[in-house]
Design a protein. Structure first.
Length: 139
């Protein structure tokens, strides 16, 4: 069985962002030489996520609006976590909703998606360096 590990690094200039990472994940699969297996794509920070959905700007806008309604950033005083001096409690909640990781099948050396599926990095407390783990396993 083959295995391959790579890290993708992000430093978004904004607090929140959605970044399509499908191409760099596919590139990692190709580097691994795995033709049949799985890839785990995992946000390695507790205020960021990885998820699969459509790459459509209206949907991304809807996510941002919906998440802000679920866990508004302000007032920051509404969250006990922020009593520690942080201002990112909402980012932790948003990450919980959007998810920590995805696993995608690899078939014939390619990500095996359903229609319209793409992999995204979701940033909820940006403006600093964060990483995503890509772990490929298979034959």
């Amino acid at each position: 069985m083959k295995h391959y590990r790579e890290e993708l690094w992000f430093n978004t200039p904004t607090r929140r962002a959605f970044i399509n990472i499908t191409d760099p994940v596919q590139a990692a699969v190709e580097k691994s030489g795995v033709k049949e297996g799985f890839v785990l794509v995992n946000a390695m920070h507790i205020s960021a996520s990885v998820f699969i959905n459509d790459d459509e700007s209206g949907l991304h806008h809807d996510y941002a609006v919906w998440l802000e309604k679920l866990a508004p950033h302000e007032p920051v005083s509404q969250y006990r976590h922020n009593d520690t001096g942080e201002d990112n409690a909402d980012a932790h909640l948003k990450r919980q909703v959007m998810g920590r990781e995805v696993v995608v099948a690899i078939t014939k050396g390619k990500l095996d998606f359903g229609p319209w599926e793409q992999i995204f990095y979701g940033e909820f407390d940006g403006r600093r360096r964060k990483r995503v783990l890509v772990k490929v396993i298979g034959e």
